[in-house]
Design a binder for this molecule. Structure first.
Ligand SMILES: Cc1ncc(COP(=O)(O)O)c(C=O)c1O
Length: 370
């Protein structure tokens, strides 16, 4: 957070308009511009965005949605809460992303949507997945929570189709909390926008600025997922620094790759071999206990003792207690997912990280794994 973010929030607080208003509109415009999307709709989280995208596609009881289990549990929870069935696809062992061959055998006549994840800031190999979705007549919504600024080939994530970004504090750009649905489907954008605010035809800002009748009516029951302008202002200021953030993250990731290469107890995720831009949201390694002499959890504890935080992104969704207890949930074994779920570890990576900070992490890893 810099002076621009602080000034932007102060300006909103002084402006007399703190909820969804001009700063949200600006955040949406800038995001649409950034990825070349036809429409962008901001809201309180990517989870809210996924909820509304699922609803807007009419997902409900009897429907199946294919998603990797190697994802954040929010997607799986929402599919379940809507009465639909999450169908878990395995992922590539080295980049944690689904391929067509993981998804295709799982498509049935009940499949309504595929939700692949751009993982850790890397871009999915999208074309084969889009072809599959088109051939089988199912929707595809990209979970781009990690992928603001990511490119698949030359195209920014969100340039076509529907993708959902997260602006949660650990993401590459944050608004405190927040999420943005970008889409080339204007009808979908309008529906999501309506569902975001009680299902009303207009929100308070639209009534204020567009002179719509204050007695706006519910078109369908909706939610209260609109983003306050205080948050959007932070998001706008951060978005202006996205390239700078990604460059710094990429430099730090490059140093990790180079300086950890001699530790054969650690296997970093492998960046995609296809063209694109990696936004380096996370730097993930797999701890190989047979070579490291300790397992992932022991390494996390050893780092913590040295004052170094690390994280797990993610424990596979089907291994969470609730989903473990659901009989017959797995349609196919998930060997790569399970192998990674117990080995992955995210090392510290953030734009303000100094060379000294990183040296301390690299030194600690060498000391513990020596
Ligand atoms: C892959 C993935 N999808 C969705 C989400 C949900 O994002 P939010 O916290 O903005 O709801 C996250 C958040 O960490 C995520 O990592």
């Amino acid at each position: 957070m810099g002076e621009a973010e602080l000034a932007a929030v102060t300006e909103v607080l002084r402006s007399g308009w703190i909820t969804t208003g001009p700063r949200c509109a600006e955040l949406e415009e800038r995001t649409a511009e950034l990825c070349g999307a036809r429409a962008a709709v901001s809201m309180t989280s990517a989870t809210a965005g996924m909820h509304l995208a699922l609803l807007a596609h009419g997902i409900g009881p009897g429907d199946e949605v294919i998603t990797p289990s190697m994802t954040w549990v929010s997607t799986v929870n929402l599919i379940t809460l809507l009465g639909a069935t999450p169908v878990f696809a395995d992922v590539d062992r080295d980049d944690l992303m689904v391929r067509r061959e993981h998804v295709e055998p799982l498509v049935t006549e009940r499949t309504r949507m595929i939700v692949p994840v751009h993982y850790a800031g890397a871009g999915l190999e999208l074309a084969p997945l889009r072809e599959l979705a088109a051939e089988r007549g199912v929707a595809l919504v990209e979970d781009a929570a990690h992928a603001i600024g990511t490119r698949c080939g030359d195209a920014p994530v969100g340039a076509s189709g529907t993708a959902i970004f997260s602006l949660h504090p650990i993401k590459n750009v944050t608004s405190g909390e927040g999420g943005i649905v970008v889409t080339d489907d204007l009808e979908l954008a309008a529906r999501v926008k309506r569902l975001r605010f009680h299902g009303l035809g207009a929100d308070a800002y639209a009534r204020e600025t567009q002179g719509r009748a204050p007695q706006a009516e519910v078109q369908e029951p909706g939610f209260k997922y609109n983003l306050p302008d205080m948050n959007a202002a932070v998001g706008v200021a951060q978005l202006a620094r996205l390239d700078e953030f990604i460059e710094r993250r990429a430099a730090l990731a490059g140093t990790y790759l180079e300086r950890l290469a001699d530790l054969d107890g650690l296997a970093p995720l492998v960046p995609p071999s296809w063209p694109g831009r990696h936004a380096w949201h996370l730097f993930i390694v797999r701890v190989l206990p047979e070579r490291a002499g300790l397992d992932r959890d022991e390494l996390m504890a050893a780092l913590k003792e040295r004052g170094i935080g690390s994280g797990i992104h993610f424990r596979a969704a089907h291994l969470h207690r609730y989903y473990r207890e659901q009989e017959g949930l797995l349609r196919a074994p998930l060997p790569n997912t399970e192998w990674n779920s117990e080995r992955i570890l995210s090392l510290p990576l953030f734009p303000d990280m100094t060379a000294d900070d990183q040296e301390r992490v690299i030194g600690a890893l060498h000391e513990v794994l020596a």
